[in-house]
Design a protein around this ligand. Structure first.
Ligand code: KG4
Ligand code: ZN
Length: 341
């Protein structure tokens, strides 16, 4: 079965073709970063309009890259949530209409399930069960993944997501949107230990997170310590160290509490080098394994949506013709994926 995946939940348009026999055939991505950069963040209406402009041309490029035509598409998976409602509606409308015109089934996919399953596109792929740390611009979740589609949320953020905290702190240090990756680069020239930020919620039991205080801490430190380039780098370093340590502590705790030995890390912040190094060390000490998607599949992409959709479509899951999206949608609400559907 060849499944077309369409991702349009935020500021990236991604399309991909996944073949359940042969694996990923190709993927194409268009980033809207330059479109929103002047505004310091994503402008939802501009995002929707750009998805309208880009999705079909990207599809044509994808098909040409794969040496396929529209008739080779057996099913369509599109991101149905969570995300920006207008942006989601674009991908959902295109996905549904295209499926109807081709006479093939279509399915709405949960964006975070896409992230969570992205490491399955790699070799070796993790076996079930595992713990997933999902760290993106909108979410920070620790999930116990028992099997495909069987998710139990163990920890969530009480305020800002990890990526959101990275972006907000980057902005107050004068970096352009989306600042997460830039802040990480700046942190590399920062002196470790000049500033010490708290590790929020690590001195009490539980697996929830809270990152908004770190941003305020960075703001206060920045005001008090000055605005020279080295100080900015040192603040970036202290901030990143605090987020990374906190995530590592909570991942270790999740592995300890569940007795599981596999950890999957996905979502944009999963591209962070310091986090990857830290988790590698922590899991090695516990004789556990850590799995990531390749870097380009940490951030939003069509391949993860094609893959997650393919798992469900292959199991026989189908939906009606309505164009339905869910800007807010819990992973735990998803049905399990079983061979019988
Ligand atoms: O998964 P993603 O592409 O989109 C969402 O679903 O939100 O994640 C984007 C987030 C942004 O907040 C971005 O700043 C952050 O991931 N990010 C990073 C890095 N690369 C992307 N944060 C820290 N270090 C990075 N290297
Ligand atoms: Zn995402």
């Amino acid at each position: 079965m060849r499944v077309l995946g369409i991702e349009s939940s935020c500021d990236e348009t991604g399309v991909a073709l996944f073949d359940t026999e042969r694996g990923l055939l190709g993927h194409v991505l268009h980033s809207q970063v330059p479109l929103h950069a002047g505004y310091g963040g994503v402008v939802p209406e501009l995002a929707s309009r750009d998805h309208v402009r880009k999705t079909l041309p990207l599809l044509e490029r994808l098909l040409a890259d794969c040496g396929c035509t529209r008739q080779d598409i057996d099913a369509i998976a599109y991101t149905a949530g969570p995300g920006l409602i207008g942006a989601l509606l674009v991908g959902a409308s295109i996905g549904r209409s295209l499926a109807w015109s081709l006479g093939v089934p279509a399915l709405g996919v949960h964006h975070m399930e896409g992230h969570l399953l992205a490491p399955m596109l790699e070799d070796p792929a993790p076996d079930f069960p595992f713990i997933a740390l999902l760290v993106s611009g909108g979410h920070t979740l620790l999930v116990r993944v028992e099997a495909l589609g069987v998710y139990q949320i163990l920890g969530d953020t009480l305020d800002d997501a990890a990526g959101e905290a990275f972006d907000k702190t980057a902005k107050l240090l004068g970096l352009d949107y989306p600042g997460g990756a830039q802040l990480a680069r700046l942190a590399e020239s920062g002196a470790p230990g000049r500033f010490r930020f708290p590790r929020p919620m690590t001195n009490r039991p539980g697996l929830d997170f809270s990152f908004s205080g770190l941003k305020t801490f960075a703001l206060t430190t920045h005001r008090e310590a000055g605005d020279d380039p080295q100080t900015r780098a040192d603040i970036a370093r202290a901030f990143q160290d605090a987020v990374v340590d906190t995530l590592i502590i909570k991942c270790r705790r999740a592995l300890q509490q569940t007795g599981l030995t596999r950890l999957v890390v996905a979502g944009g912040v999963g591209a962070n080098r310091a986090l990857r190094q830290g988790l590698q060390q922590m899991t090695a000490q516990r004789s556990a394994q850590v799995y990531y998607p390749r870097l380009e599949f940490c951030t939003d992409n069509g391949a993860m949506i094609a893959y997650a959709g393919a798992c469900r479509l292959q199991a026989g899951q189908r939906e009606g013709l309505e164009v339905e999206v869910r800007p807010r949608w819990s992973l735990e609400a998803l049905p399990a994926i079983t061979a019988a559907g």
